[in-house]
Design a protein around this ligand. Structure first.
Ligand code: ZN
Length: 684
């Protein structure tokens, strides 16, 4: 591992923050915290923390010595000075006199000594930083260091690797006791450059930001060098299928097995994030996977994101998915029982009784395929997957030179159910479409873009499909930047299949499909060229069929219902003069909606449509609005509001109807009209 320190960058941080009143110490603290946080081999998702001791001037003009320490909720990779709240140091130091200190009292005391009351909570490891005398202290959960400390003889190997340069702290849960123990270890030999926290991570310290940071790099490099010596590779399991099933086949089946049926068509679903690489495959295909993967996390901090163990699934073989599903279902059930038993066993021993968290896995290992992160959102699933990938690296290295050994489960339980750790996970009510995956075709503009945005706003993971890749990308960005943009010509069945596979590969499955793409063709029905009519049928009918078929394929694989939504049109009900080429396939699509409701109601799949009229979009261009309003002697405004209510209908109004239909678990075979009132197009 190389030091990324640069004098020029360091100076740039000092210069950048000086106008905000941030002193040199804190600016450099931000700089090296980001250097550490930018490397996943050192820091992952809120793990790790740093501090500096410095002097600041308070409101009275008096100089105060403070500890600026990482605040909870900040990531080291993109931290700002506000993410390192200043706590008065002198009162923190006095705490060392106490024999014991309850976690809540510790948090309260730390908050009470913040210089800025609106700051985030200082890290749970604040006192450890406070009790050590150094100006700069860096703490990471370095993968290489964990590979060494997580060996049965990790203590001895670390002593051999780091010698007297480091102090060695036995495993103690973070908090007051660990802070005191770390300070004691340091004081036994004040010459050390840092501390190895067995089964937890590493601290380095120094008089300057650069010294603490470069000591971290130097120590981690020593660990990496040790892991290069005398390696033996993981042994592959025998009998893995030669022809494995694909990710696109496996993911929806797994997602369905994880979904919790809450009755009446409501499911608690999960979003998945798949990862595969040669290293991941070597790990999940390993003959001893069941031994090394099922012991526990590599550092206790990961427990809240991944639970203590991943669920271990069978290897899926092409053409034998039903067998695989049975095996996977049994494995998930076994995981849940194991989790319940683990909770009951450890809760019985706990002095303060806990409430059991949900028993579902957050990581699934699939031999022959790879691994899935599982979460309540794409973001949470990605965090679980990132940690799982890191775990693969860490355990693979431990196994290369020995055998991985996790902490005993009571230590992991203590951390998983520690109130301060749970506080790191944001709480609050979930949005109505949280955990759901929504696909919108023709999502690049007009009604499609508005619909994609409306679902994203309500918490859905959204995939925007559009023929125009730039429009798809722009619309996906407007969904808060987290949507998937896919270029797809829906009149090409292979392209539709590929796009649906891509969505499944990205999120694990699909719950709602808005088949919206369409375009208007005109012509008098008695004379229109057959080719025009057929082209319109390709887009305005057959594309809906191909989209809906793919949706049903994924939804039935999941076995947890779903919602199909079609954008039909006023034309489907009330034909416009010379609009036969557009209206005829739209009328067929209205019937298509009913046929899906009829044939797939038994699968819990609902099928509904929205009839909209006169919406500014790709179908109704600015030029068309101008010419039509002129032809009728109306202003554009009056033309657009030419309905019973005299109100212009917007793409957002139509989007709201799609969202309502997707939410309404007891509505199917329904057409909702959103047109401001058009009696000829009214359905009943
Ligand atoms: Zn830590």
């Amino acid at each position: 591992m190389k030091s990324l320190w640069s004098d020029a960058d360091a100076d740039a941080y000092v210069a950048k923050y000086a106008p905000q009143g941030v002193n040199r110490d804190l600016a450099l603290r931000v700089y090296t915290t980001r250097l550490l946080g930018g490397d996943p081999r050192l820091v992952l998702h809120g793990g790790g923390n740093t501090s500096c001791k410095t002097d600041v001037t308070d409101l009275l003009g008096e100089s105060v010595e403070v500890l600026c320490v990482k605040g909870s909720g900040w990531d080291m990779g993109d931290i700002e000075p506000a993410g390192l709240p200043a706590v008065r140091l002198a009162p923190l130091l006095k705490l060392r006199r106490l024999d014991r200190l309850a976690d809540e009292d510790m948090v309260d005391f730390q908050r009470g000594n913040l210089l800025t009351s609106s700051s985030p909570n200082p890290s749970v490891e604040t006192l450890l930083h406070a009790f050590l005398p150094h100006r700069f202290i860096d703490h990471t959960h370095s993968t290489a260091v964990l590979s060494l400390t997580d060996l049965p003889d990790g203590d001895a190997i670390c002593r051999e690797v780091f010698g007297t340069k480091m102090g060695y702290v036995p495993y103690i849960m973070p908090g007051f006791d660990l802070a005191k123990k770390a300070a004691e270890v340091y004081e036994q030999d004040p010459g050390v450059e840092g501390l190895i926290l067995l089964k937890h991570g590493i601290f380095t310290f120094g008089a300057t930001a650069r010294e603490a940071y470069e000591r971290m790099i130097a120590m981690v490099t020593l660990a990496e060098q040790r892991l290069e010596k005398g390696r033996k590779p993981l042994v592959a399991a025998a009998g893995l299928p030669r022809n494995p099933a694909t990710l696109a086949e496996v993911a929806p089946v797994l997602r369905g097995l994880l979904a919790l049926d809450r009755g009446d068509g409501a499911y608690q679903r999960w979003v998945m994030d798949f990862r595969a690489s040669p290293a991941i495959r070597a790990y999940v295909d390993g003959a001893e996977l069941a031994r090394y993967s099922q012991q526990g996390v590599v550092t206790p901090d990961h427990t809240i994101r991944t639970k203590n163990w991943p669920v271990l699934l069978p290897a899926p073989e092409a053409g034998k998915l039903e067998d695989w599903a049975k095996g996977a279902e049994a494995a998930i059930a076994a995981f849940e029982s194991r989790y319940h038993a683990y909770f009951a066993r450890n809760n019985a021993r706990a002095t303060i009784k806990k409430t059991e968290l949900d028993p579902m896995p957050r990581v699934a290992l699939v031999p022959g395929l790879g691994l899935f992160g599982i979460g309540a959102s794409a973001k949470d699933a990605a965090i679980a997957a990132d940690i799982a990938v890191n775990t693969v690296a860490c355990i693979t290295d431990a196994e290369a030179i020995g055998h991985f050994q996790a902490l005993p489960e009571n230590d992991l339980f203590e951390l998983e159910y520690w109130s301060l750790e749970q506080a790191k996970l944001g709480k609050g009510a979930e949005k109505p479409f949280a955990r759901q995956v929504v696909v919108v075709t023709g999502g690049g503009s007009g009604i499609g873009a508005a619909t994609a945005k409306a679902f994203a706003k309500d918490g859905a993971e959204v995939a925007v499909l559009d023929r125009d890749p730039e429009a798809a990308t722009a619309a996906a960005k407007a969904c808060g930047g987290k949507a998937l943009a896919l270029s797809c010509d829906v009149t090409d069945p292979q392209a539709v299949r590929a796009a649906f596979d891509a969505v499944v590969e990205r999120f694990g499955g699909i719950d709602v499909v808005v088949s919206n793409a369409g375009a208007a063709w005109q012509g008098t029905v008695g004379t229109v060229d057959d080719a025009v009519l057929r082209r319109s049928f390709e887009l305005n009918f057959f594309a809906h069929q191909s989209v809906a078929q793919n949706a049903v394929r994924v939804m039935t694989a999941q076995g947890s219902g779903g919602a199909l939504l079609f954008n039909t049109s006023k034309q489907a009900v009330n034909p416009g003069k010379n609009f036969g080429p557009y209206g005829l396939p739209k009328a067929a699509s209205l019937f298509l909606m009913k046929q899906y409701a009829l044939d797939h109601g038994k699968d819990g799949i609902r099928s509904n449509a929205v009839n909209a009229d006169r919406i500014r979009s790709g179908l109704l261009t600015t030029e068309m609005i101008a010419s039509r309003s002129k032809a009728r002697g109306l202003t554009e405004k009056d033309y657009m509001a030419g309905n019973l209510l005299g109100r212009e209908v917007t793409a957002e109004d139509v989007a709201d109807a799609f969202v309502w239909l997707a939410r309404s678990s007891k509505v199917t075979a329904c057409t909702v009209t959103v047109d401001g009132g058009n009696i000829e197009a009214s359905l009943r």
